[in-house]
Every structure is written in structure tokens, then in C-alpha cells.
Design a protein around this ligand. Structure first.
Ligand SMILES: NC(=O)c1ccc[n+]([C@@H]2O[C@H](COP(=O)([O-])OP(=O)(O)OC[C@H]3O[C@@H](n4cnc5c(N)ncnc54)[C@H](O)[C@@H]3O)[C@@H](O)[C@H]2O)c1
Ligand SMILES: [Zn+2]
Ligand SMILES: [Zn+2]
Length: 365
């Protein structure tokens, strides 16, 4: 079928053009896109910092309605509302153990542009076109593996449109707290960087009953929003030494810290604000891997742990429905982060995301 999509032919560029979408193969579904989130990882692909084969269709936070189902798909049927998420193979030891975020084939399936069998579903004038994250959700329709389409109980498309980033950014921040830290009620936590990922970590920390939640950022409006979402303390890293402030206000450091800014300097701070036996989780993609983090005396003497985590340590078919339930109960108000754009305003959406004007831009189709 013919589909309109934002296609990238050369580094740094997007244009809305018509492409051809193949029928879903065995184990796959075709989804009509209702809305699609804009994430920094899309920019990294468009700018070729992640070398996805071009031409490519980016977008990996799609939500929509199942329109057609390939052979052998269990649990999804025409008309189901789905949130799409990261792909995984389903048959490596990590996938079989319920940890698809650590799938052995994760990098290829997310970034190489093709599906499990190595072929692509989009094409233009006979040339195969890559789908980012096995989605390519900057398009009116996509074909995805049924493993990365999660059926959700949502009444209408209007509500569904707010939930795009449950497939990536929210899952990443909330999952770091709920799946990896798993804080006991009364625990203390610091979140570095209050973008979509950090705000989700803050909401999850509140949900988990943390007694002190420190939000660290440099933008006053973001800190204000962080407080609204559950932070008990807002720390402006430009106005004070965040580590000293957190150490003092928490009476000797926090149990958990999450680094969500992508700045190596903040990873160092996140590690520095822990108390003994603390856990620091790095979820962001650091801009400069050459900047070293000093580990001593932060780790050994404190019996502390430094951990990395992709996609919030989530098993999406289990975790995303839980996040939807929290949203419906008003305990995960992700709608507060969202601003909608029309599909043809995609470049404006990226610009507002870069400038920090919008925390979570979402394209409506
Ligand atoms: N691990 C994963 O699976 C995964 C998934 C999605 C996104 N990410 C990554 O998570 C990171 C965050 O994503 P996002 O969408 O929330 O980004 P974002 O740009 O919206 O948020 C970053 C925040 O850090 C703040 N910041 C900048 N400089 C600061 C400083 N010196 N001190 C304190 N705060 C500062 C910014 O003001 C901003 O609010 C990115 O690196 C992204 O690539 C990772
Ligand atoms: Zn796997
Ligand atoms: Zn993302």
C-alpha cells in the first residue's frame, strides 16, 4: 500500500513523501499510526551519529490501531489499540528469561533498519527503506513484529495519543526506578536531568513512595514541573553544588540516583550523592564517552553500585500495561509533558525538542 512518511535520504534532512509498505509477514502486524513521539534518539539517527542505513524512516514511539495481522500472531487482532516499543528477537537467552531489553540482537534490530529476517518493509521506487527500531513510526502506517506492539486498554485515540513515550522515554525513566532500583517506601532518590526521561523517573519515585525525591536541572521551569510531578526538592545545578546540596538535605546521601541528562559530568555527580550501599543507574546516552568518571572513593569504600540500563529494564508486554494502568489512575500524569504537532510540523517539533521548549513533542496523524 502507498503511505505518506517522513523519509531521510541524506544526513540531517527529512521530507514527507509517498513510500510503499509491504504486507505484514508471519508474526507481524500492520498498524495505522495515531500519533508518534519525537525522541532525541531519532535526531541521533537522522544526524547519523547512529549510522542507520539511508534512506530511512525514523520514529520509534508510535501508537495506533492494528489493521491487519500476519500468520501466526497470537494476542493481537484487527481494531486493537497498541503502543509500539523497542524490538527484540524472542529467542536468545535474555529474551527467554524475560529481559528483552538485554536481547543479544538488540542493536541490530533497533539500528540497522531491517527486520528479524534481514529484509525491510518500506520501499520507494524499488529501493528498500530502513525502519528505525523496527517501526519507522514517522509514517501513516507501519508493519511491526507483534513482539514490539503492546495491546493496551485505552478507550479512544485521543487518550492513546498522549501515551507515545510509554514505548521509550517513559518506560526508560519509570523503569529505571520501578524495575532496577525497586525502592522500598521511604527510600531517597536523586534524578539528574528533568527531560521526558527524568520526569518519568520522578513520577515513578513518587508512585513507589520515596520520601525524598531530588530533581536536578538547570532550567527553572523544568524544576517547577518536577515539583508538580512529585519532586520534594528542586536543585538548580547552575546555582549550587548539587552533590553538596543533596548530601546536606538528605543527611548523608541518597539510596538511589538516576542519570538522565546525557552529560558525563552529571554521571559523576549522580555517583557522588549516594550514601553507603547506594545504587546509581545511568540511562542516558552520554554525548562524550571520552570523559572519564572517577570511581574511587565513590564505589568500593561506600559498597555502592554503578549500573547501566537500556529501556528501563523493561519487559514491555508486562510493564507497559502496568504504566497504562497507573496513567488511567492519575498516578503517572505523562500528559503534562506533551505538546501536539501536526505531522507536517515535524521539523518544528524537532526544533522545539532541541531548544527545550517542549519536553515531549508528539505528532498527530
Ligand atoms: N537508556 C535508554 O534506553 C534511553 C531511552 C530514551 C532516552 N534515553 C536518553 O536519555 C537522555 C535523556 O532524554 P530526555 O528525552 O529526557 O532528554 P532532555 O534533553 O529532554 O533532558 C535532559 C535534561 O537535562 C538537563 N540538563 C542539561 N544540562 C544540565 C546540567 N548541567 N545540570 C543539570 N541538568 C542539566 C536539561 O535542562 C534537560 O531538562 C538522553 O541522553 C536520551 O538519549 C535513553
Ligand atoms: Zn533476544
Ligand atoms: Zn526514544
Amino acid at each position: 500500500m502507498k503511505v505518506k512518511a517522513a523519509i531521510t535520504h541524506e544526513k540531517g534532512k527529512l521530507s514527507i513523501e509517498t513510500v510503499e509498505l509491504a504486507e505484514p509477514q508471519a508474526g507481524e502486524v500492520r498498524v495505522r499510526i495515531v500519533a508518534s513521539g519525537v525522541c532525541h534518539t531519532d535526531s541521533a539517527g537522522i544526524e547519523q551519529l547512529i549510522p542507520v542505513a539511508l534512506p530511512a524512516i525514523f520514529g520509534h514511539e508510535g501508537v495506533g490501531v492494528v489493521e491487519d495481522v500476519g500468520a501466526g500472531v497470537a494476542g493481537l487482532k484487527k481494531g486493537d489499540r497498541v503502543i509500539m516499543t523497542f524490538p527484540s528477537c524472542g529467542c536468545c537467552p535474555h529474551c527467554l528469561d524475560g529481559a528483552p531489553y538485554a536481547c543479544d540482537d538488540l542493536n541490530r534490530l533497533m539500528f540497522d533498519g531491517s527486520y528479524k529476517d534481514g529484509t525491510k518493509r518500506f520501499s520507494q521506487n524499488g529501493t528498500p527503506v530502513s525502519s528505525f527500531f523496527g517501526q519507522g513510526a514517522f509514517a501513516e502506517y507501519v508493519v511491526v513484529d507483534a513482539r514490539n506492539a503492546v495491546k493496551v486498554e485505552i478507550d479512544d485515540d485521543e487518550q492513546l495519543a498522549y501515551l507515545c513515550s510509554l514505548g521509550c522515554g517513559v518506560q526508560t525513566g519509570a523503569g529505571a526506578v520501578l524495575n532496577r532500583c525497586n525502592p522500598k517506601p521511604g527510600s531517597t532518590i536523586a534524578v539528574f536531568g528533568c527531560g521526558g526521561v527524568g520526569m518519568s523517573a520522578i513520577m515513578a519515585a513518587k508512585l513507589a513512595g520515596c520520601s525524598q525525591i531530588f530533581a536536578v536541572d538547570v532550567v527553572p521551569s523544568r524544576l517547577e514541573m518536577a515539583r508538580e510531578l512529585g519532586a520534594t526538592h528542586a536543585v538548580n545545578g547552575r546555582e549550587c553544588n548539587a552533590v553538596e546540596a543533596i548530601q546536606k538535605l538528605s543527611g548523608g546521601g541518597v539510596n538511589f540516583s538516576i542519570e538522565c541528562s546525557g552529560l558525563p559530568m552529571l554521571a559523576q555527580q549522580a555517583l557522588g550523592c549516594l550514601q553507603r550501599e547506594g545504587l546509581c543507574v545511568l540511562v542516558s546516552v552520554t554525548g562524550d564517552a571520552e570523559v572519564p568518571i572517577a570511581l574511587e572513593p565513590m564505589l568500593m569504600n561506600k559498597s555502592a553500585t554503578l549500573a547501566g540500563l537500556t529501556e528501563g529494564g523493561s519487559n514491555p508486554q508486562v510493564f507497559i500495561p502496568k504504566l497504562v494502568k497507573y496513567f488511567r489512575e492519575g498516578r503517572l500524569p505523562v500528559d503534562k509533558l506533551v505538546k501536539f504537532y501536526k505531522f507536517d510540523e515535524i521539523e518544528q517539533a524537532f526544533e522545539d525538542s532541541h531548544k527545550g521548549v517542549t519536553i515531549k513533542p508528539i505528532l498527530r496523524f
